[in-house]
Design a protein around this ligand. Sequence first.
Ligand SMILES: NC(=O)c1ccc[n+]([C@@H]2O[C@H](COP(=O)([O-])OP(=O)(O)OC[C@H]3O[C@@H](n4cnc5c(N)ncnc54)[C@H](O)[C@@H]3O)[C@@H](O)[C@H]2O)c1
Length: 248
Amino acid sequence: MNEYDLTGRVAVVTGGAQGFGRAITDRFVASGAKVAIWDHDITLAEKTAKEIGPEVAAFKVDVTDPAGVEKVRDEVLKAFGKIDILVNNAGIAGINKTVWETDLEEWRKVLRINLDGPFICCKAIVPAMLKQGYGRIVNIASIAGKEGNPNAAHYSSSKAGLIALTKSLGKELAQHDILVNAVTPAAARTAIFDQMTQQHIDFMLSKIPKGRFVLVEELAALVAWLASEDCAFSTGAVFDISGGRATY
Ligand SMILES: NC(=O)c1ccc[n+]([C@@H]2O[C@H](COP(=O)([O-])OP(=O)(O)OC[C@H]3O[C@@H](n4cnc5c(N)ncnc54)[C@H](O)[C@@H]3O)[C@@H](O)[C@H]2O)c1
């Protein structure tokens, strides 16, 4: 394992109770950081925090609730003194349906969590990063945001929006030592698969030239670099981790 030095850093990982978020939390702690897991499943978040160690604290929050996000931001600032790293990872897949079969409310739900959520968390945390003159923001988008998966227009659109949010905010903060980048993973076998049809899972696997799903640890390694000082000149950028699927 390559070491990226996160000693003394404080990170917020949304949706850190399981899946990608848990692997990112593991990797951050192994690199010397303290991590605040923000998850609406507080039971699982607390279990995960306990299993990883005293460097991790769990906070219950729904990332779509601006007042709730501001409240936990203040709690983290009080407990840890600062926030250096924000990983916008909380997200859902939504139901696999064609556009014309998708309810407007289902569409909005996916957009709310996957796109409004990162906007709300950035809006709440960036001022603290500006004050301290340092920050690293990593947005967990998806290859679906670049390619557009059939039967997942809400999800694909939310991740395309997250890529654009990354590019806009990256430019807004480029004069500061605050970098904003996105990663676009292929599918990984996590609990999110429970929300998808088997047909959709098979479709995603069939699209990956490497012929397998990405491992959560592989994604965490990329995120650890993007969250570190070693990443110093990349911002507003999109980092592929799609096993060869991405064509741009
Ligand atoms: N697993 C994949 O195939 C895959 C591929 C590409 C991108 N992604 C993205 O990676 C991220 C993590 O996915 P995962 O596979 O680890 O999912 P997961 O379902 O295993 O974990 C998601 C976590 O987010 C939390 N969460 C969901 N909605 C929330 C909300 N409103 N507020 C706070 N917490 C909330 C859940 O409680 C859960 O702990 C998501 O943004 C997902 O879209 C996943």
